[in-house]
Ligand binder design. Sequence first.
Ligand SMILES: [Fe+2]
Length: 284
Amino acid sequence: MDISNTTKDDYKRWEDKKLNNFIYQPDKMMVEIAEAESLKKSEKTKIKDLLDQQNIVFYEFKSMKGTTPSALLSLSKQLGLEDFDYNPKSDKTGLTPITVQNDLNTDDEYVPYTTKALNWHTDGYYNHFDESIHSWLLHCDEPAKQGGENTFLDHEIAYILFNQQNKNILSLMDNITYTIPENKKTGRKSVDGYVFSFENKYKKLHMRFTMRENNIHWNENAVKEVDMLKEIIKKSERYHVKYKLDYRQGVITNNILHNRSSFTNLGNQTRLIYRIRSKKRVVF
Ligand SMILES: [Fe+2]
């Protein structure tokens, strides 16, 4: 809810509802899916309710008819996760297998394909505005033996916590709050962004953010606020949801903040996570 465009009472009601109903236990956000290709009404309702409340839901497949990729594409379709983001690493269906690739350069944008930790971010912060990511799904085909845990923070809660401490949210809502210089290696042009915005067809809070220090320029007018937001994100542990996805499990979010711990592949156990990024929110 947009604090600068709503009554104090309405905002306060929304804030209280978000914070008081917050669930941090992943098992209470886990929906068992009997068959990936044909979601039951009750499963859909549970998914929708959890996404409505805190923009994240975990699921576990009990069975699948086909392969993991085909089950994921079917699940996405049933949830309205469409208009996928295609990137150099995705296949022609829009699915991206995330696993360690040793032949990559050390560019920041390729960290997902290494065993390194990934700092807090939302997906697509270097996409152009009309290519913004509104939701994504991660599905675990094989977990790492050690590490590879994710931590999630609802971006609406980050926004609420910031507003509790700072009246200057507008400095984070400018379309040039940050600039990421062009990437000559991948050919990506320089891109600007807001951190928070409600200017989308859903009129819902959308966040573009990265905690990375390199190759990002923060607008001078926002540096203080950005530093404060970074501290809030790091220190708001009571709203962090920590979880390591296991076999057949996945997570769907309305592009909330997340990070990943480093991991180790051992023996023949190799971490493989499938990712789908969508330019739509999950809608039913
Ligand atoms: Fe991500």
